[in-house]
Design a binder for this molecule. Sequence first.
Ligand SMILES: Cc1cc2nc3c(=O)[nH]c(=O)nc-3n(C[C@H](O)[C@H](O)[C@H](O)COP(=O)(O)OP(=O)(O)OC[C@H]3O[C@@H](n4cnc5c(N)ncnc54)[C@H](O)[C@@H]3O)c2cc1C
Length: 469
Amino acid sequence: MTSLTGQPVPAHRAGAGGPTPHGQVGPPSVPEKKDHERVGARGVLTLIALGAAAVIALWWYSTPGVSGLGGWLTGAGEILGLLAGYGVVVLVALMARLPPLERGIGTDQLARWHAMGGRYVVSIVVAHGLLILWGYAVEAHTTVLSETATLLTQYPDVLMATVAGFLLLGVGIVSMRAVRRRVRYETWYYLHLYTYLAIALAFSHQFAVGQSFVNNLAARFWWSAMYLAVAAAVLWYRVAVPLRAFARHGYTVIGVKSEGPGVISVYIGGKHLDELAAEPGQFFRWRFLTRSLWWSSHPYSLSAAPGTDVLRITAKDIGDHSQALSRLRPGTRVIAEGPYGAFTAGRSGRRVLLLAGGVGITPLRAMFSTLPGPVTLIYRASREQDIVFREELDAIATARGATVYYLVGSRAEIGGDPLSPKMLRSLVPGLEQQEAYVCGPPGMISAAVEALRAAGVPRRQIHFESFEF
Ligand SMILES: Cc1cc2nc3c(=O)[nH]c(=O)nc-3n(C[C@H](O)[C@H](O)[C@H](O)COP(=O)(O)OP(=O)(O)OC[C@H]3O[C@@H](n4cnc5c(N)ncnc54)[C@H](O)[C@@H]3O)c2cc1C
């Protein structure tokens, strides 16, 4: 069935709240954003670039002079080695769940930087090894093969660093898109943890043979401090904070509800949940402590505004984990890491357009009931039965004077692109003035962002969240 239905409701009722996780209508509650926790992407990238410049300055300071081909090759190899040693720390820091980065930049953007940076770092590690071998061989007037044997057997800690280099290369290969698509997420994730082993194995050769460190105590001190600070952040934010939250909030499954074919909601109860300052649009990583699920945590967005004693997530069953959620029993304990994500309402005061595709409705459903001011929700689904929360959305629209459109059916059935600039302009008057939030499958997100741009919405007014890291 093809349907394009609108439900405009008078604007004077805007501002009323939507159903809470329990279904009652309550006042909107958007927690205040903590501005001190917000950092800009440009600021972080500048800081990373300044760090890289400091690393090159360290090499410059500790290198008296470079001469001959061997000297130049070795010098280039040393610079790349230092950059690789710095780069792995940056990569780990991006994934350390640091609140200012998670809130200011967003997990999906951080994951994209991490993936791109990972490709650079692995290439730099390989180039570092090759240049050092070549440079040392030229300086020793021997072959690269015999210099390789010398380095591996006679230079302290170089063998361990070589193993580390191969581990990093292996992780890099498994993370390549074509390979990653073929392995299970969990396989990829646990192989990825070998990165920590690689970093530990490679650490000591930097001080043992690195020209910039051998005679420079201050450099060794600050380099170690950088590694220790990031290790402490990882342990704190990825281990201690979730365990502390587990003890403090006592997250427990209180119910599971079917929302439609293959889609269920899980209600998670807890104490002092207001302390989390979770915002509609954010997500948590959920570790359900059952025999089959305890060992992996999966990200799911809040699908309703967070309450003081209950949170709701809604999942589509696309694999092992999401399917198992429907079998959760009340009383199951949960470790929840979060809240994470920067896909939250800004304070621009503009009208808001929410654009959802499929299960991408979840964070937008939470925002729909809480955003202040006039809001339009466009919900794209292939089939009528794939629309979830229809009753809730209609009730929210009525209560707060918002507009909701359901664009249902294939392109062929609808007779064109339902998310074309023309269609968007016809549904949303004054579109180019609006703040747009998009969530859905990757293809739908790029099509929607392109259509919004073509319709005249500036890029800074378009926000999107991808369910793929
Ligand atoms: C920020 C964010 C918010 C999300 N919110 C929702 C939501 O509200 N509702 C919903 O239905 N889905 C949501 N997802 C997607 C959800 O996490 C995956 O569908 C789920 O983890 C799939 O796991 P699986 O074992 O069922 O399927 P699998 O077949 O194992 O995985 C399917 C795909 O999901 C991704 N995935 C699997 N496990 C993870 C993981 N631990 N971390 C990141 N990605 C993973 C991988 O890309 C994988 O290829 C969200 C994802 C992200 C990144």
